[in-house]
Write a protein that binds this ligand. Sequence first.
Ligand code: UDX
Length: 461
Amino acid sequence: MENLGESHMQQKKGRRLILFPLPFQGHINPMLQLANILYSKGFSITIIHTKFNSPNPSNYPHFTFCSIQDGLSETEASTTDFVALISVLHVKCAAPFQDCLAKLLSNAEEKEEEPIACLITDASWFFTHDVAESLKLPRIVLRSLSVSSSLVYAALPVLSQKGYFPIQDSHDLEAPVPELPPLRMKDIPVIETLYQETLHQFAAEAINQMKASSGCIWNSVQELEQDSLAKFHREFPIPSFPIGPFHKYYPASASSLLSQDRICISRLDKQAPKSVIYVSFGSIAAIDETKFLEVAWGLANSKVPFLWVVRPGLVRGAEWIELLPRGFLEMLDGRGHIVKWAPQQEVLAHPATGAFWTHCGWNSTLESMCEGVPMICQPCHGEQMVIARYVSDVWKVGLHLERKLERGEVERAIRRVMVDAEGREMRNRAEILKEKLDLCTKQGSSSYQSLENLISYILSY
Ligand code: UDX
């Protein structure tokens, strides 16, 4: 890990940056990693954050934190409808965010502190565009998705006009989408929500405000998404900075909202190289009892050692793993280990880890590719479908579980990746990709240069 510690700190730039993450794990991690990267380049950092899913300021004593009242009731905060939650957050955070930002700006002026150069917000916080404009502060967005999946979201209004929605079983789900190669109909992002219309409005609004922003930062890499970046430049007339993978500079462990179970690392230490399959579906996805049991039996029947993250909340209607049949864990005879939350980057970097069965969140996918770990892709919703298609068909470092989630299917997929020749080929390609990604943040390479460009750009304000 190319950790830019204090010894690598660049001279103070005399400018402060204000960052505002969307309060979900998959968005908080890249924003705080970005904050660390920019801090190491000499900028002072203020993080504005909601009380809901607040990062832990004590893990970042070098930053200033400003908490805003999000006013979420307990019921609102505990909804599993992601769109409903984001919608409420947008309404309730607008005024407190405006007050907080205005205060920070006037304090900096009155106390003659270092000037605030710009605001960096998650691209999904689109209401911040008008706030920044009213305060005459440039706003740069962090898009924490892959470039290709962002382009798919940008294309949703056109697809909608062409009558693609709602996507139904009567459609030929295997048919290619001519507007978005290499996607098939079944890869078009779908999010389960009672508010489909709001979802489409949100996607359109986030894209519009991104177009109107002063620039876009990507946790991605030129070499990985060259064509998508070129298309982005054609469609979005704003400066863009692919400076990833962020975790090559700083790990995400300090911004973890759940405590990471470290015992799994000492258990991995006792396993043979590349013998364990790591299973995790990220911080948001939820599955029902039937699927949970198919995953469990698929893992058990594969006879391959596994480390499985069952996050509380993963299984709808269950506290944790109480729905497993009695005696299930004992039957595994130490071959399987289940934890609530893992130090994922360390797990993926561990020599014993042979493959990653993932939901294809962008952070997880990048983390896996950076360690040369081949994947079994099980996208759950949204852009994860797009990412899975790229992993299996473009980068060819994973196998897409496309059929019904069923134990026999799972067992076969695990053996294909962990044991068969097909898996060895995938691992070889994953190793080559890892070597490419290893170079990206080194001096003179694409992400390094992009980061230099970003710094000069911010300093030009
Ligand atoms: C969500 C969306 O699902 C994803 O599609 C979008 O791109 C970002 O927001 P999430 O589902 O949490 O994110 O997935 P992902 O993007 O992979 O982020 C998960 C993060 O949590 C990763 O950085 C991963 O290292 C970390 N993690 C996950 C842990 O630290 N421990 C775990 O046990 C599991």
